[in-house]
Design a protein around this ligand. Structure first.
Ligand code: UDP
Length: 323
């Protein structure tokens, strides 16, 4: 079996592609390398944009693709507030072009990289799939629109799909051959490690006046290799059941920013230099996933999503990284 992975040169896409390859599934990566890395590509590679309908036609005509795994998207909440046009263009319009090409070429399965941002400010913790979807920024809105397009495309055109709402993807491949590499890096765990290693100035903790156990924000960190496995299980599920569904993926455990810093200090023996600054706009105090549905229907178990494994793998990657 062969799948098309859009954004497969990116962080989650590259780990997913590697997992599929290990399961004997061939992957064709489509990535314009605007944010991804050629070195991260696992599988065959075409450089191009997911909004290029002619290229998609050519790809679907010349490869026996059975499913599309769609990661290619912009993911920065702050940027989406400043420049919503960029986000609606790429995350919605280009996704529509992809879905239309897939349907035209009789592709029957899609797996979509959605986000916990579709929920907005949580009303209940942990957040289950039935929680109201009320995104508070354009990024979350684009992901919710993606899910809605998929739901309608199943009804109208029989495209079965699975949407995954990731909580905080973290960690790296255990052998450090691929890993997280954003420019600029905005995510907490790489920033903590880079600050401890002296690769960047002291880090900033965004707020210590939240209503949490130590005043800093609580997030649910899920290992990227667990996410990769979920995509495989999700694709198998929709192929077997001929259905469309969405799932939350997290670890069901929340850690504060200060706990992440302290745990890394204990694990590495390094000191993390930091200062407390004001809150970052748009940050909810607490985000923790409920995984019951993914466990029950996909038999997904987040095996590597304990904080020590995540931090150990991320530290290993930071020491060895080639890109
Ligand atoms: N955070 C922080 N300092 C940083 C980066 C992040 O205090 O330099 C906090 C951020 O406010 C949030 C948590 O760490 O509470 C996780 O942020 P990240 O950007 O990694 O993921 P997000 O939750 O925004 O998807």
């Amino acid at each position: 079996m062969k799948v098309l992975i859009t954004g497969g040169a990116g962080y989650i896409g590259s780990h997913c592609s590697r997992f599929f390859n290990e399961k004997g599934i061939e992957t064709l990566i489509l990535d314009d390398l605007s944010e991804g890395h050629k070195e991260a590509v696992q599988g065959s590679f075409i450089q191009g944009n997911v909004g290029d309908g002619n290229l998609l036609d050519q790809i679907f005509r010349s490869h026996a693709i059975e499913a599309v795994i769609h990661f290619a998207a912009f993911t920065s909440v702050g940027e989406s507030v400043k420049n919503p046009s960029k986000y609606f263009q790429n995350n919605v319009t280009n996704m529509l072009t992809l879905l239309n090409a897939a349907v035209d070429h009789h592709i029957r399965y899609a797996v979509f990289s959605s986000s916990a941002a579709v929920f907005g400010e949580p009303c209940t913790i942990p957040i289950s799939e039935t929680h109201p979807k009320d995104p508070i920024n354009p990024y979350g809105e684009t992901k919710l629109i993606g899910e809605m397009m998929l739901r309608d495309y199943e009804r109208a055109y029989g495209l079965h799909s699975c949407s995954f709402r990731y909580f905080n993807a973290a960690g790296d491949a255990g052998d450090a051959l691929i890993g997280e590499s954003h420019s600029p890096e905005t995510h907490l765990i790489p920033i903590v490690i880079q600050a401890a290693m002296g690769k960047r100035p002291p880090m900033k903790v965004f707020g210590n006046d939240y209503d949490t156990r130590d005043g800093s924000c609580i997030r649910d960190y899920v290992h990227v290799e667990d996410l990769a496995e979920a995509h495989y299980l999700g694709l198998s599920y929709i192929m077997e059941k001929q259905c469309t569904d969405s799932f939350n993926l997290g670890s069901e455990t929340g850690f504060t920013v200060l706990e992440i810093i302290k745990t890394f200090e204990e694990l590495s023996g390094l000191k993390v230099p930091f200062e407390i600054v004001g809150r970052r706009a748009g940050d909810p105090a607490v985000l923790v996933a409920g995984n019951e549905k993914a466990e029950k229907l996909l038999h997904w178990v987040p095996r590597k999503s304990d904080l020590k494994t995540i931090l150990t793998d991320a530290w290993h990657w930071e020491q060895k990284r080639k890109f």
